[in-house]
Design a protein around this ligand. Structure first.
Ligand code: XMP
Length: 310
C-alpha cells in the first residue's frame, strides 16, 4: 500500500486534528496508550493529539538519557505542563551510560542507544503500565528513508502502533504543531538528532564527556541564535592537543563548531560567520568549558562532510 501524502497546501489543520483525534480515540477505545516524547516536533505533535483524544488514558514519558542538551528534559516537561499535559520524566542516565561504556565505533554507539531505549527503558515502561497501544510520531519521510535503507524503524514491542503523522512531511507537521498551540520553540525547532549529543562526541560517550559537549553546545546555541542558519552545533574530539593555560603547557580538549546553511539537510555549506562571532565562540568555550584548549570551525561542505560528527 502506498501512502497518500497530505501536502502543506492540501492540509486543513483543523480538519486533520479532528480526524486524527477521532481515529486515535476509536482505535484505543477503553484501553491505555503510551508515547515517548523527545521534545522534537513530531513527538510533541503526537503527544498533543494523543492527549486530546485520550486524556489520562495516554501516558507520555520523557526519557532522560544523559545526552540531552542543557536543561532540555525539564524545559520539555514544563512546556507540556503549561499546556495541561502531564509528562513522566524517567531518569535512565545510568542505563544509557552503562550501555555506552567502552564503545567508540559510531554504529555501535547508535545501536547501544537504540537498544537501551527500546529494550531496556521504554520496553520496561510499556510492560509495566499495561498499555496496549503505542502512539508514534513516524512521518512520511521516515517511511521513505526506511524503504531506501537509510533509516531503520524499530518495531520492537508487541503493542499496536498508531502513527497519526504518517501522511505528513515536516512542513505539514509544523503547521499541525502550531495549530495545536505548541510554541515556536517547538514547531520551528532546529533539527536535533535521535542519538542526541552522542552524535557529537567522537570516541567514548561518558557522563564527563557528555557534560563537556553539553556546555559547549549551550554556548554555540546562545551565540548563534540570531543567525538564520539551518543548524549549528559543537563537537567534542577524541584527540587532545597541547595548549597554554596560566603560563603553562596544558594538554587539553578540542571542540569543533559547525554552522550549516541547508534546505533539507541532504546537502549543506558552512555559514560565513563573522570573524568576531568565531572569536567570541572560541573565547567563551575555552573560558567556560573546563579542559578545552582549542576551538575550530568546520569549513567543509556536505558532502563530503555530514552535518553531525558520527
Ligand atoms: P547528517 O549528519 O547525516 O545529518 O548529515 C542530516 C540531518 O539529520 C540529523 N541526524 C539525525 N536525525 N537520527 C535523527 O533523527 C539520527 O541518527 C541522525 N543523525 C543525523 C542531523 O542533525 C541533520 O539535521
Amino acid at each position: 500500500m502506498t501512502l497518500q501524502e497530505i501536502t502543506l497546501e492540501q492540509l486543513n489543520t483543523t480538519e486533520f486534528i479532528a480526524q486524527q483525534v477521532e481515529a486515535i480515540s476509536t482505535a484505543v477505545g477503553d484501553e491505555l496508550a503510551i508515547n515517548a516524547l523527545s521534545g522534537g516536533v513530531d513527538s510533541s505533535t503526537v503527544t498533543l493529539l494523543g492527549h486530546k483524544a485520550l486524556g489520562e488514558r495516554v501516558l507520555t514519558v520523557f526519557v532522560e538519557n544523559g545526552i540531552m542538551r542543557k536543561g532540555e528534559p525539564q524545559r520539555v516537561v514544563e512546556h507540556f505542563k503549561a499546556l495541561g499535559v502531564p509528562v513522566q520524566l524517567v531518569d535512565a542516565r545510568e542505563d544509557f551510560f552503562a550501555a555506552l561504556k567502552g564503545l567508540t565505533d559510531p554504529e555501535e554507539k547508535r545501536e547501544a542507544i537504540t537498544q537501551t531505549f527500546y529494550k531496556t527503558v521504554f520496553g520496561e515502561l510499556v510492560r509495566k503500565c499495561g498499555a496496549k497501544f503505542l502512539l508514534h510520531g513516524t512521518i512520511l519521510t521516515d517511511v521513505d528513508e526506511t524503504v531506501a535503507g537509510i533509516k531503520r524503524q524499530h518495531n520492537i514491542l508487541t503493542q499496536q502502533v498508531i502513527e497519526p503523522l504518517l501522511q505528513l512531511r515536516k512542513p505539514a507537521v509544523r503547521a499541525v504543531a502550531k495549530a495545536l498551540g505548541l510554541s515556536e520553540d517547538v514547531y520551528d525547532r532546529m533539527p536535533f538528532p535521535g542519538p542526541a549529543l552522542a552524535a557529537r562526541i567522537i570516541g567514548e560517550v561518558t557522563p564527563e564527556r557528555s557534560e563537556i559537549v553539553r556546555e559547549a553546545t549551550a554556548i554555540v546555541e546562545e551565540e548563534l541564535a540570531d543567525t538564520d542558519a539551518f543548524q549549528y552545533l559543537a563537537i567534542l574530539h577524541q584527540d587532545k592537543v597541547t595548549g597554554m593555560r596560566d603560563g603553562k603547557r596544558d594538554y587539553g580538549l578540542q571542540i569543533e563548531v559547525r554552522c550549516w546553511e541547508s534546505e533539507d539537510a541532504r546537502t549543506g555549506s558552512p555559514t560565513r560567520l563573522p570573524f568576531d562571532t568565531l572569536e567570541r565562540l572560541a573565547d567563551r568555550i575555552t573560558d567556560e568549558v573546563p579542559g578545552v584548549v582549542s576551538v575550530t570551525y568546520n569549513i567543509t561542505k556536505k558532502p563530503p562532510s555530514t552535518i553531525e560528527a558520527i
